[in-house]
Design a protein around this ligand. Structure first.
Ligand SMILES: Cc1ncc(COP(=O)(O)O)c(C=O)c1O
Length: 500
């Protein structure tokens, strides 16, 4: 028990010892990550059940807390940094990313205004511009770092709303003679469009989901028709949210054609590049940035694709001043700290206090360099293509053991970036269930069983109404060997599940 009279900090020598202990803990965790289950296999509540419900009255030693992390927390986690974690966008932690995150802890600054931490503000401006250059975005785009893409799109569309309904910042939306505003996005787009509509008072029913084509890209013809019909009915189109790298299949909407419609109709174009945008760093993927120069705003999540630890999302707005005008508000108590500003990032959103997120981006991006980032993205693409090849060539005809139950799989979407969607479609010996609903259930159960095994973690999604399995590559620790191990596990589990 600690001395309750002690009102200061840990003595420096003791703190140094604890830091060394923590450094060893982190190195061991990282070194042994592969020996852990990827996910626990327990019903809800095992962590809760082991923790006291009462808050601590007296202080406890760090060593005891750290051993409880090992005993209670680590086994209750899904290990997103495990090389067999193949879910979502497979984001990754790296050693330099960990160092960058640790570095910001002792600094503990609030990057709300330039004066409250000049280095944090200026470094944020620098890393935002590095990323802009890497992505080939025109220099009339300025940016701001938020925690997530969902927060980014909400801020972007607040500007769109102000443009279409001036003075909303001052007067709000109620008791004004305003039409119903519409936001258009594809049926593959992320649900953050609806969250934005909820937060901005647009209403989630005013987010119109436009059909997508056979490759899961927004159908531009349908977009044009939907907008025209809405206009005839008296609705006012406010924004289109187009996606580069959709959540399920990483498909890329036809931005140049969408941008043309937006320009002609004076509709705000927001590009959700949360996952896929980062791939524009690759010369062979540069095509995905076609039309970006005509957008009004773009979100990129370097915490998904560009190796920055969670959380770090950048919103770029063409003519960033438009964003500032919507959100700048200086309370009296901050007036003294907002003069002579290079920039006061509190002016670019609803958040006042802000973490020094730029530091970890600066550390990781300097550590890897453009070349290191590009090489790692290419490796993710290589693994995704390799898995695609495995799925396509995993043909029962080639198997000697013809008596064995041999499951069959099909690709469910064109493979894009680090994402592969596929579906179990039956077994060679036991036959293919003709009932698609039955197959949906089996695909879903397959994912559940694999995740419950603790040996790998994948996700399921729905494409064209059918349940499919989905693997995302993104972890720097995931190798070809892991891919083969995962495929073996998928096969075995499918064979065991095959209906007799
Ligand atoms: C395409 C896309 N956009 C936006 C988001 C939301 O990201 P965030 O969690 O940063 O809000 C996601 C999340 O996976 C996504 O896949």
């Amino acid at each position: 028990m600690k001395d309750p009279q002690d009102v200061g900090d840990t003595p420096p020598e003791e703190f140094r010892k604890q830091l060394h202990e923590l450094a060893d803990w982190i190195a061991d965790f990282r070194g042994n990550i592969e020996s852990l289950r990827v996910a626990p296999n327990e019903k809800t509540g095992p962590v809760l059940a082991q923790l006291p419900t009462q808050p601590p009255e007296d202080g406890e030693p760090f060593g005891k807390i750290l051993s409880d992390v090992d005993r209670l927390i680590v086994p209750g986690m899904v290990h997103w940094s495990h090389p067999m974690f193949l879910g979502y966008f497979g984001w990754t932690i790296t050693a330099p990313g960990i160092l960058g995150e640790i570095l910001s802890a002792p600094l503990n600054v609030n990057a709300m205004t330039w004066r409250t931490c000049p280095a944090a503000t200026e470094l944020e401006t620098v890393v935002i511009d590095w990323l802009r250059q890497w992505l080939g975005l025109p220099d009339d785009f300025g940016g701001v770092v938020y925690d997530t893409a969902s927060v980014g799109v909400m801020h972007a569309l607040a500007v769109a709303r102000e443009q279409i309904a001036p003075s909303t910042r001052k007067l709000g939306l109620t008791n004004r003679d305003l039409p119903r505003f519409r936001i258009y996005t594809s049926n593959q787009a992320h649900s953050s469009a609806e969250k934005t509509a909820i937060a901005l008072g647009i209403g989630e029913e005013n987010v119109i989901r436009v059909q997508s084509d056979e490759e899961f890209r927004m159908d531009v013809g349908s977009l044009g028709k939907t907008i025209a019909q809405d206009q005839q009915r008296g609705f006012q189109p406010m924004a289109v949210v187009a996606t580069v790298g959709t959540t399920s299949a990483a498909s890329v909407d036809p931005i140049p054609e969408i941008a043309k419609i937006c320009r002609e109709q004076k509709i705000w174009l927001h590009i959700d590049g949360a996952y896929g945008g980062g791939f524009a760093m690759l010369p062979e993927y540069r095509w995905i940035s076609g039309g970006w120069g005509m957008a009004d705003s773009i979100v990129i999540n370097p915490h998904k694709t560009l190796f920055v630890p969670l959380d770090f999302s950048v919103l770029y707005v063409r003519d960033l001043e438009r964003l500032r005008r919507v959100f700048t508000l200086v309370p009296e108590y901050l007036r003294g700290d907002t003069v002579e500003a290079e920039k006061n990032y509190m002016d670019y959103g609803i958040q006042l206090g802000r973490r020094f997120r730029a530091l970890k981006a600066w550390v990781i991006w300097r550590s890897l360099g453009r070349a290191g980032i590009v090489a790692r993205l290419r490796e993710q693409i290589r693994l995704a293509n390799l898995l695609t090849h495995v799925i396509k060539t995993d043909n029962p005809e080639t198997i000697e053991a013809r008596q064995s139950v041999r499951s069959r799989f099909e690709l469910a979407a064109p493979v894009s970036m680090g994402v592969v969607c596929f579906r179990w479609v039956g077994s060679a010996r036991r036959g293919v269930p003709t009932n698609e609903e039955q197959l949906d259930k089996l695909n879903s159960e397959l994912v559940e069983r694999i995740n419950a095994s603790g040996r790998a973690y994948l996700t399921q999604t729905t494409l064209r109404g059918r349940t499919v399995m989905r693997i995302g590559f993104g972890n720097v620790l995931t190798t070809e060997e892991h891919l083969r191990e995962a495929w073996q596990l998928i096969r075995e589990t499918a064979d065991a599940l095959s209906p007799a």
